[in-house]
Write a protein of this length. Structure first.
Ligand SMILES: Nc1ncnc2c1ncn2[C@@H]1O[C@H](COP(=O)(O)OP(=O)(O)OP(=O)(O)O)[C@@H](O)[C@H]1O
Length: 317
């Protein structure tokens, strides 16, 4: 699908959301949108407020401030049966057969049962669970149970799908299956809000991201734009060099030493070619690599209050 040719409508709008638990402001001024056909990632360290935000959207918690709009419906009037939700807490009813639980959940969402059955069989096959329809949930492995719960969250063709840590506990093959399925759902028009600590997967999958830290927005925007804006260049040099000497090179933010090589983090807006030309002749270079820092590194920088984001300044808007 050529995403640039399609005008995507907004499915979910969160405006100035705030939540207080026992006098503690846990989230404040949280505002973002999720559009049809996109994967919007909500990221942040443990305790940042991601699940609280999601629970407010799902009507499990009620906001103390702000407004949530889903397809022109607001707050109490939101038809939540049009939303699919994979909660952080896993677990379906234990003594129920796989197909029975899937059909029961589809019925709760007012979805036609014959179509739900077709979809259940299709997805069970897709997730290597063919023939497990009559197996009781408590006889499944953890990963298999998670696959069934994922199918339960999409069985009714939701317009908005909210996935809270969908990859945790999955083996790499199953992670890949989930990843492909989530992408395909988005390509078919579903709006997806994805919370995950797996930064490599988020970086590969998400179209836009919202990063939250201590209950407040730190970054919100298009993945490519965020990377261009915040992902400074780093230069990895293998060779016999002194860390202190590398720290004296121009426009160096910091230097880290790892087994036999150094990673030199450059300041923002440094032209890498210009910077390479400044390197002194006596530098010992057996191998040299230049890349942008990853989303994982941006995340760690924010979560540990290092200097990248402070340097970015406006990120703490
Ligand atoms: N029911 C509650 N009562 C009181 N405080 C709560 C409650 N639920 C969450 N909190 C607090 O709200 C803050 C945000 O928690 P939340 O679960 O939203 O974080 P999170 O970003 O989802 O974290 P994680 O990545 O660990 O799942 C934390 O400080 C947490 O202790």
């Amino acid at each position: 699908m050529n995403r640039s040719l399609i005008l995507l409508s907004t499915i979910l709008t969160v405006e100035n959301l705030g939540k207080i638990f026992k006098d503690k402001q846990v989230i404040s001024n949280i505002s973002f949108e999720v559009n049809q056909g996109e994967i919007m990632a909500i990221l942040g360290p443990n305790g940042a407020g991601k699940s609280t935000t999601i629970r407010n959207i799902m009507g499990i918690l009620y906001p103390d401030e702000g407004k949530i709009t889903f397809s022109n419906y607001t707050d109490n009037t939101i038809p939540r049966h049009k939303i699919g939700y994979l909660p952080e807490e896993r677990g379906l009813y234990k003594n129920v057969k796989v197909m029975d639980i899937l059909l029961y959940l589809a019925e709760l969402k007012d979805y036609p049962l014959d179509r739900a059955k077709q979809r259940a069989l299709h997805y069970l096959k897709k997730f290597d669970l063919e023939g497990k329809e009559k197996v009781s949930i408590d006889e499944l492995s953890k990963g298999m149970g998670q696959k069934v719960q994922f199918i339960a969250s999409i069985i009714h063709e939701p317009e908005l799908l909210i996935l809270d840590e969908p990859f945790s506990g999955l083996d790499p093959v199953s992670q890949e299956l989930f990843k492909q399925e989530i992408r395909q759902l988005a390509d078919n028009g579903t709006a997806i809000l994805l919370s995950s600590h797996q930064m490599n997967l988020v970086e590969e999958m998400a179209d836009r991201l919202f990063m939250i830290h201590r209950g407040k927005k730190v970054i919100y925007g298009d993945m490519d734009a965020v990377k261009t804006k915040f992902a400074n260049f780093k230069c990895t040099i293998h060779g016999d060099n002194q860390k202190e000497a590398l720290e004296q090179l121009p426009n160096v933010q910091r230097v880290e030493q790892e087994n036999g090589h150094h990673i030199i983090y450059l300041h923002k807006e440094i032209q890498p070619v210009w910077w390479l030309k400044q390197l002194p002749d006596q530098l010992d270079v057996r191998e040299l690599r230049l890349d942008r820092i990853s989303l994982h590194e941006i995340f760690i920088d924010i979560a540990t209050d290092k200097n990248l984001m402070q340097e970015a300044g406006e990120a703490y808007a």
